[in-house]
Design a protein around this ligand. Sequence first.
Ligand SMILES: CN[C@](CCCC[B-](O)(O)O)(CCN1CCCCC1)C(=O)O
Ligand SMILES: [Mn+2]
Ligand SMILES: [Mn+2]
Ligand SMILES: [Mn+2]
Length: 305
Amino acid sequence: HSVGIIGAPFSKGQPRDGVEKGPDLIRAAGLVEKLKAQGCAVRDYGNVTFEEVANDEPIGNVKRPRAVGSANQRLSAAVHTVKNDGHTCVMLGGDHSLAIGSIQGHAAAKKDLSVVWVDAHADINTPLTSPTGNIHGQPMSYLIHELQSKIPVLPNFSWIKPCVSAKDIVYIGLRDVDPEEHHILKLLGIKVYSMTEVDRLGIAKVMEETCDYIFSKVKKPIHLSYDIDALDPSISPATGTPVVGGLTYREGIYITEHISQTGLLSAVDMVEVNPKRGRTDDEISSTVNAAVDLIRGCFGKLREG
Ligand SMILES: CN[C@](CCCC[B-](O)(O)O)(CCN1CCCCC1)C(=O)O
Ligand SMILES: [Mn+2]
Ligand SMILES: [Mn+2]
Ligand SMILES: [Mn+2]
């Protein structure tokens, strides 16, 4: 595996400070060394620098639009470069609004993508449906072809081109979905494995069906967008929007092991690690170490040795 790492120390897609510390915390836990130890070639491209945006007043129900738009445009360029250099891209967040730039930059290099979104949340609110205005709950809406008629013009968002089809998306881990998001998921017929399906089918069957589904037509490169809050808060409490009843550590790792074995993983986001949301050092390290282990699973680390 050839891996290119990008840090995106950004927090303005949501209101809680600390998530911008994610990239350097994950590095400090030894990500690069551990990937090299398992046989990966690794290049760390460092952290994207983001411009300060003054007077970033909300637009309707969208908070910090100018900062989020600008940050994602820069991230998009960085991801595009990593892909053009021939690596599988690892984007370390930062909040989940960064999936806008990560998927956009990936699609610029790889055209047709399938997206596996592992999260307690669907992050598919439009600016008009979002109950909070926080863009980390909206990224998918800016990327999906079928939703573009629902997206208003926003400053610093005009560079975004919808690049994902509803049929090429699979959600895993959902358990806190807003009513309007649920309506959108149903309307678009998007494949969802909520925690109910994880309980009913078991994670092995969920992954088998996920791969059958995304590979049923032509095999597309996979963009895995992993929100650490997909895991149960007993494993990853240091995150902005924890929700009980999440994936076990084993289920979370199984997902990455299975995706790795497809040989089609082309980019992965690891987002929403927020040290300030951990009450103890143990809570922070449990969260950060889970993030590192999940990424290692993406690149061939097997529990059997
Ligand atoms: C479920 N939608 C939320 C959360 C988005 C989480 C983003 B992620 O990146 O962490 O997944 C929450 C909306 N609820 C907040 C509490 C009251 C009910 C609405 C939103 O703000 O859109
Ligand atoms: Mn490898
Ligand atoms: Mn989430
Ligand atoms: Mn998310």
